[in-house]
Design a protein around this ligand. Structure first.
Ligand code: BES
Ligand code: MN
Ligand code: ZN
Length: 498
């Protein structure tokens, strides 16, 4: 296990941190404590800023070794931007990521970060810490010949004027970052080492945080009539699983929020097999389930005041003598029959049973699914946005807002009965593929058949779950997209009985 970056808050400057970090603008204006420390060095700020091209923009840095007057090896001055610039959580999270990267590049082990700006709200200090922790994430467990002696920062201390309220906000933000990191770990893990039952095992490890966890096997799924998820999994030697997690932090009897994740541990396409190019990416086709797992861990860790259900629809989509085929007619738990056109449109099938089961059993106040569902959403939105499809427009608005605040952005796209004619089948109630045009909306419309009257929204994260170029807060292949989005959604709209 790599060491996690520890982050704490204090009102008193630590004695001799290996590095001291101050924030300043281009004119050298700093908070009071920072300005006092700078003064002790006797250095001329404007000469140094000029010589190094320091403008005070976020991402800019002045790096001084062994400064006189201070007991640290390194003094870093980071650009804090103009007053009022980027004063939201997403921007402070990016600053945290940038901070970690600078310390890492400077070879610093631990740093005291002076944050005495007036009015720096607790949740922004939390975001700074979360961003640093997210940037510190690396997936290197299988690199046996990793360069020896590569050291990374291990501890940050935030020095603030008033610590009260800061610790709780930091803990909350770190709980969410750690949920994102759990999701990344699962998405990065190769499919030979992470099958359906292995993911269920990970869910079970969360039981000691106060989550209840049930794992349904094939026999139980058969008894419930889950013909869709069973069909998808029948070609694999590793049978499907349905995981049901519950967090009851709200009032007893209050209907839960529900989150359902697509968990295809590997998607070969099955008999409708995929082309070889980039097929290795399909180890990430459980990104939705990973996000739900990460979210449930976050909710439990920060003891969120609501009732929530998390469901993972886990299966492996393989070609095999026993695999399901194009032309097969299967019966979903809802009773609806489905003609299989493409065995590669498997995500909507496992979700059909998971969504139906979820609303049938839990009668949730609202239900969200998250899935690496279609290549079409990648074409539509690129890697910046995930797609939202819903039967209740107010849910899309809430998600869009949560996306802006968390930095995990979503865009509302249409579904509706007009798409139904594309999935009419000659042999069954519905078919699982409807042509190339509007593929992401067709998939969303297919799912809408399995949600009953429940207010529901579907997030297609095939665009954002993995493969994106590095950002300030992520250098790994997997993004963990969805944990922060859903956490923000629950906080802003559903906690404390809201
Ligand atoms: N898992 C894929 C979608 C996907 C593609 C996710 C690329 C991430 C990156 C999904 O199961 C799939 O194969 N979808 C098909 C549906 C089609 C057969 C109707 C697609 O999008 O081509
Ligand atoms: Mn597929
Ligand atoms: Zn898939």
């Amino acid at each position: 296990m790599p060491q996690t970056l520890s982050i704490s808050v204090t009102e008193t400057l630590p004695d001799s941190p290996s590095a001291l970090v101050l924030y300043a603008n281009g004119e050298g204006e700093m908070g009071q404590t920072a300005a006092g420390l700078w003064k002790r060095t006797g250095l001329d700020f404007s000469r140094i800023a000029k010589a190094t091209g320091f403008s005070g923009r976020p991402g800019h840095m002045i790096d001084i070794a062994a400064p006189a007057g201070l007991g640290c090896d390194r003094l870093l001055v980071l650009g804090r931007g103009a007053d009022g610039e980027g004063d939201n959580a997403a921007a402070w999270s990016d600053r945290g990521g940038s901070l970690f990267a600078k310390l890492d590049a400077a070879g610093v082990s631990d740093a005291a970060v002076v944050l005495d700006e007036a009015g720096l709200a607790p949740h922004l200090v939390g975001a700074l810490g979360a961003g640093a922790r997210l940037r510190s994430y690396r997936f290197e467990k299988y690199l046996t010949r990793r360069k020896n002696g590569a050291t990374h920062p291990t501890a940050l201390t935030f020095v603030v004027a008033k610590a009260s309220g800061m610790n709780a906000a930091l803990d909350d933000a770190l709980a969410v970052a750690d949920g994102t990191i759990l999701a990344r770990d699962l998405v990065n893990e190769p499919a030979n080492l992470l099958g359906p039952s292995d993911m269920a095992d990970v869910a079970n490890t969360l039981a000691d945080r106060g989550l209840s966890v049930e794992v349904l096997d094939e026999t139980q799924m058969k008894a419930l009539g889950m013909g869709a998820i069973l069909a998808v999994g029948q070609g694999s030697v590793r049978p499907p699983r349905l995981v049901v997690m519950q967090w009851n932090g709200g009032k007893k009897g209050q209907p839960p929020l529900a989150f359902v994740g697509k968990g295809i541990v590997f998607d070969t396409g099955g008999i409708s097999i995929k082309p070889a190019a980039s097929m290795e990416n399909m180890k990430g086709d459980m990104g939705g389930a990973a996000a739900v797992l990460g979210l449930m861990q976050s909710l439990a860790t920060r003891k969120a005041k609501l009732n929530a259900v998390g469901i993972l629809a886990l299966a492996e989509n393989m070609p095999d003598a026993n695999a399901y085929r194009p032309g097969d007619v299967i019966t979903a738990m809802s009773g609806e029959t489905i003609e299989i056109i493409s065995t590669d449109a498997e995500g909507r099938l496992v979700l059909a049973d998971a969504l139906w089961y979820c609303q049938d059993r839990f009668k949730p106040k609202a239900m969200f699914d998250i899935a690496t569902l279609t290549g079409a959403i990648r074409i539509a939105l690129g890697e910046e946005y995930a797609g939202v499809f819903t039967n209740t427009d107010s849910l899309a608005a809430k998600l869009q807002q949560a996306g802006g605040a968390s930095g995990e952005k979503v865009w509302h796209l249409p579904i509706g009965p007009a798409y139904d004619k594309l999935i009419e089948s000659r042999f069954a109630d519905i078919k699982n593929q409807g042509g190339r045009l509007g593929g992401a909306s067709i998939a969303g419309q297919f799912l809408s058949h399995f949600v009953g009257d429940t207010p529901w929204a579907h997030i297609d994260i095939a665009s954002t779950a993995f493969g994106k170029a590095s950002t300030e807060t992520n250098t790994s292949w997997a993004t963990g997209f969805g944990v922060a989005l859903f956490d923000r959604l629950t906080r802003d709209g559903y906690e404390d009985g809201g």
